[in-house]
Ligand binder design. Structure first.
Ligand code: HEC
Length: 141
């Protein structure tokens, strides 16, 4: 009887560790974390709200940093999509920070990812920090 209780306790412990690990599983931005449609919506928003400063091709100029390409990736590789989302949501557009809705921010981030040739997938990028913090910004393949 005593042994059985111990086995049950151990099983419960192993189970909860497995659930915890599952919840923390990370994904890579190379796995298709946004949809092509979403990036298209993001492109339209980018043209309205960002391109005046960051350039039509996300190339940046002077104090306006690029939002795609080598220098951009040097800043962001190893961080998470959540970090990029947060930076965009809380500080951009520089003239009116905080005015993008969570969905619009996710769409624009999807567009930025598409410009570095990260693949589109079947599910949209969510406008929520928690899942985005689990998507690592690996170098593009
Ligand atoms: C009025 C000019 C202006 C506009 C409009 C603007 N930005 Fe910026 N942005 C900047 C400047 C200047 C910086 C550098 C300072 C900083 O990081 O806050 C920057 C930095 C950034 C960064 C960080 C880049 C890096 O590698 O550190 C991101 C991401 C970004 N902007 C996204 C956007 C997006 C998306 C929009 C449109 C919704 C936008 N910005 C609109 C001026 C602008």
């Amino acid at each position: 009887m005593k042994n059985r209780a111990a086995v049950l306790i151990i099983c419960g412990f192993v189970g909860s560790v497995a659930v915890t690990l599952g919840a923390q599983a990370t994904r890579s931005v190379n796995e298709g974390v946004y949809t092509a449609d979403q990036a298209k919506k993001g492109e339209a928003l980018y043209k309205e709200q960002c391109s005046a400063c960051h350039g039509d091709n996300l190339e940046g100029s002077g104090p306006m940093p690029p939002l795609a390409g080598k220098d951009f990736l040097a800043n962001w590789t190893g961080k998470t999509v959540g970090d990029l989302y947060e930076k965009t949501q809380t500080t951009m557009p520089a003239t009116a920070p905080g005015t993008l809705t969570p969905e619009q921010t996710a769409d624009i981030v999807a567009f930025m990812l598409s410009k570095d040739n990260y693949p589109a997938g079947s599910a949209a990028l969510e406008g929520k920090m928690e899942p985005l913090l689990k998507i690592t910004l690996d170098a593009p393949k």
